[in-house]
Write a protein that binds this ligand. Structure first.
Ligand code: ACO
Length: 332
């Protein structure tokens, strides 16, 4: 018979983060493309981003972040039932990066799969893990966001190369007592925006050939200006929806961790929601946009700094390529 956790909330028990040592500063980029520290800082808030060295790969950072989360939760890896790795930059097409992580962790009892929802991948993963725990299908679930975006960045395209960075963050979810944990979670998408952020080559539609590689078709192409407006509107709307479902107002949020896409997007969403700036977390200056890894990396930093206290209302909101977006409201 299926075990049931009916009436039990799922919560984040612990987190972890990891990223390459290598750093690309705005000064470095000034030497590579026609840009300036002033432009990048004022238009994005980014000062530096981590960049993997040759030979490094996504699952190395995912495993390091996941190990921290598992150790901090004081459980054995064999107790994990589910591993979701949110990534659009997997180690390889087959097998899934989640299976490689499972083997490294020794989480032999876990189902494992990758989830491709670009920057919303972590929020999508939290939403699925929440349901798996609430229905009793899983007890402990590991949700990881891990990306080596710089592998797909064209360092002659100033519109994208200043934005993206590498890293991984992980959260270990499990059942929690009382009214704590995930109160509401929503995910959405609109494929009509697919070509606003995409990699045209390298898949089955335009298979990798010497020609597609030399013409850079495997690199990310982005219409950032158009995405900007959709991102602000979608993030604001879905944040309002989850807060209403959870029964709270934005003025009650004590920690707001949005996807770190652009400081101006974060500021615009926080202002539209009327979340007080003292509760808005930003690390984009140090990491740039790490896609699915940005929220779990930021959350891990918040916990290290003691920014989430027992009973605090925490709001996580994302927007990414697809387009995809989502939000989760939690009581810490
Ligand atoms: N340095 C200097 N000038 C630049 C640079 C640069 N790095 N990049 C662009 N410009 C120029 C453009 O060429 C343009 O010049 P022009 O007016 O002479 O044509 C001018 O700056 C303005 O360009 P915009 O694209 O309108 O600049 P914008 O203010 O929109 O900033 C940015 C660009 C930072 C990309 C912004 O649009 C953004 O962050 N968008 C959101 C991205 C996003 O949310 N993506 C989805 C999530 S990421 C994911 O899913 C993986």
């Amino acid at each position: 018979m299926t075990k049931t956790n009916a009436g039990i909330n799922a919560g984040i028990l612990s987190t972890g983060r990891a990223y390459p040592e290598g750093v690309l500063t705005n000064a470095d980029l000034e030497k590579m493309v026609e840009t300036s520290d002033e432009w990048i800082t004022s238009r994005t808030g980014i000062k530096q981003r981590h960049r993997a060295a040759a030979g490094e790969y996504t699952s190395q950072f995912a495993v390091a972040a996941a190990r921290q989360a598992v150790e901090r939760a004081r459980i054995d890896a064999s107790e994990i039932d589910l591993i979701i790795c949110a990534t659009v930059t997997p180690d390889q097409i087959l097998p899934s990066t989640a299976c490689l992580i499972q083997a490294e962790l020794g989480a032999h009892n876990a189902a494992a799969f990758d989830l491709a929802a670009a920057c919303s991948g972590f929020i999508y993963g939290l939403t699925l893990a929440n349901q798996m725990i609430r229905t009793g299908q899983s007890r402990y679930a590991l949700v990881i966001g891990a990306e080596l975006l710089t592998r797909y960045v064209d360092y002659t395209d100033r519109g994208t190369c200043v934005i993206f960075g590498d890293g991984a963050g992980a959260a270990l979810l499990g059942p929690v007592e009382g009214d704590r944990g995930i109160l509401a979670a929503r995910i959405r998408s609109d494929g009509r925006y697919a070509e606003q952020l995409f990699a045209p080559g390298g898949g089955t539609r335009v298979p990798p050939t010497a020609e597609t590689l030399s013409s850079g078709m495997h690199y990310f192409k982005m219409r950032g200006n158009e995405l900007f407006k959709v991102a602000v509107r979608s993030m604001t709307d879905i944040a309002r929806e989850v807060l209403a479902e959870a029964g709270y107002g934005a003025h009650e949020v004590r920690l707001f961790v949005p996807h770190q896409a652009n400081q101006r997007i974060t500021d615009a969403v926080a202002e539209k929601l009327s979340v007080d700036s003292e509760f808005v977390y930003s690390n984009i200056a140090m990491h740039g946009n790490t896609s699915s890894a940005s929220i779990p990396i930021a959350l891990d930093e918040c916990l290290e700094q003691g920014l989430a206290k027992d009973g605090d209302l925490v709001l996580l909101v994302s927007f990414g390529g697809g387009a995809t977006w989502g939000a989760v409201a939690l009581k810490w």
